[in-house]
Design a protein around this ligand. Structure first.
Ligand SMILES: Cc1ncc(COP(=O)(O)O)c(C=O)c1O
Length: 433
């Protein structure tokens, strides 16, 4: 091989990473906020109940999804060591190779709680969406809720890369879904949507969506990450409008599992790293040979399997009392918003309370003020949400105290007095500064 003379060797352009430039540009607002704001990417030094310490600051935490307070429950904490003694810290077989009997126990109890035909547990909902949606969609057509959670959307993208088509239907609009399904000729149809929405805190009109899906022979796939453990079947003796037993949006809305698969997780209300799909046994058998997380992924740690089992016990004995407390605390915040006249999309009374800002550019200042008042929330910044929905979100848990709720209400009152929040009764888009 002959080398070119040195003078003719082209000078290499300075190394550019076009993909990096693209992403830095796209997430610029969020990156700036993350770099500068104490409420983003925080290091939590210590907790005491639902109070958290970040450096010198103690704050009331409204950013976790530990809705039932199982993370702090003594009965659940004390159930863990015996399981560690029996099983070690981590099974480390993929589920296909071998599963501790704890998995059988969890699936049996979960199936009974949900009133489903069968269930399969895997480490996270993300694992389930990425592997199960492509299997169920095959090379057919997916009808995707326009505001579906990002992880559902990503699962649909994987399905698309394997030959499925994806159509979007308008949020909370079963008539639009009906229109799209009526016009569709593809016989393989999968409808993907959320149960309790992680931003609005509302549940969909599941009976209406299920009826449309069944009418058109479509399978309905519902992610109720935020409903499981919080809402459940309606009974005469229920302790709150959340219903009883926390067995999810399907039972809460009086629906059945006919042509419907339910996905949910233990990582929110049950404070454990595990997720499930409730489905017919036939589908479960397919997933056990075709879903990559069952075949190849590392399993949940034993401590999480233990806290799920202990959580199922506590759910039976004290769960409804905890849900009653969760409802009471959530209602205090919602009543206060009503009294002050501040807008929230929450119509349900469920414990996710999003409060949009009048001016999305004020997110850093508003977040700082909440931080200074000792209130820790989830900041919903652009591009995590559209600009007119930029704001903050409180997730109430049964382990919050009345004093913590008072602190949050006082801070919200102050923000409202300063004109930072949207007025109730006027669509936020019309109030945008
Ligand atoms: C609706 C919804 N689905 C899925 C997930 C992700 O769940 P996991 O952490 O189990 O993957 C979340 C997490 O916030 C969620 O809100």
């Amino acid at each position: 091989m002959r080398l070119a003379p040195a003078s003719s060797v082209p000078v290499a352009a300075p190394a550019r990473k076009p993909w990096l430039d693209h992403w830095l540009d796209t997430v610029n607002d969020l990156a700036e906020l993350t770099a500068s704001h104490p409420m983003m990417d925080a290091v939590i030094d210590e907790i005491d109940g639902r109070m958290i310490r970040i450096g010198e600051h103690w704050l009331a935490d409204f950013a976790s999804c530990n809705y039932l307070g199982f993370d702090l429950d003594r009965e659940i904490i004390e159930a863990v060591p015996a399981h560690l003694d029996a099983w070690g810290t981590h099974p480390s077989w993929s589920r296909l190779l071998g599963s501790p009997v704890l998995y059988e126990q969890i699936e049996e109890r979960l199936t009974a709680l949900l009133g489903a035909e069968d269930s399969l547990v895997l480490p996270t909902i993300t694992h389930i969406h990425m592997s199960v949606i492509p299997l169920l969609a095959a090379s057919g057509t997916i009808f995707l809720d326009q505001r579906a959670h990002k992880t559902i959307y990503d699962g649909c993208q994987v399905a698309r890369s394997r030959g499925a088509a994806v159509r979007r239907f308008r949020f909370e609009d079963p008539d639009h879904l009906d229109e799209l399904l009526s016009a569709e000729r593809d016989p393989t149809r999968l409808v993907c949507m959320d149960g309790v929405n992680s931003m609005t805190g509302n549940a969909p009109d599941l009976p209406a969506f299920a009826a449309v899906a069944r009418k058109h022979g479509a399978l309905l796939y519902v992610d109720d990450a935020h409903g499981f453990g919080v809402i459940g079947e309606r009974t005469a003796g229920e302790t709150s409008p959340f219903g009883a037993r926390g067995n999810s949006v399907v039972r809460h809305t009086g629906e059945t599992y006919d042509n419907l698969v339910l996905v949910g997780g233990f990582s929110k209300a049950y404070s454990s790293l595990l997720a499930f799909i409730a489905c017919p046994t036939e589908v479960k058998q397919l997933l056990k040979v075709a879903a990559p997380p069952y075949l190849y992924s590392g399993p949940s740690p034993v401590a999480s399997l233990a806290t799920v089992l202990a959580g199922l016990d506590v759910n039976e004995t004290r769960g409804d009392a905890m849900r009653a407390e969760l409802w009471r605390l959530t209602d205090r915040v919602l009543q206060a918003l009503d009294r002050i006249g501040v807008h929230t999309p929450n119509r349900s009374g469920f414990p996710i309370i999003e409060i949009p800002l009048r001016d999305h550019r004020r997110i850093a200042e508003v977040g700082q003020m909440l931080f200074d008042r000792g209130v820790y929330v989830t900041l919903a910044a652009y591009p995590l949400v559209p600009k007119h929905e930029v704001g903050f979100r409180l997730q109430v848990t049964a382990a919050n105290t009345d004093a913590e709720i008072d602190t949050a209400i006082e801070a919200i009152e102050e923000l409202a007095a300063r004109g930072e929040l949207c007025e109730a009764g006027v669509p936020p888009m019309e109030q945008a500064a």
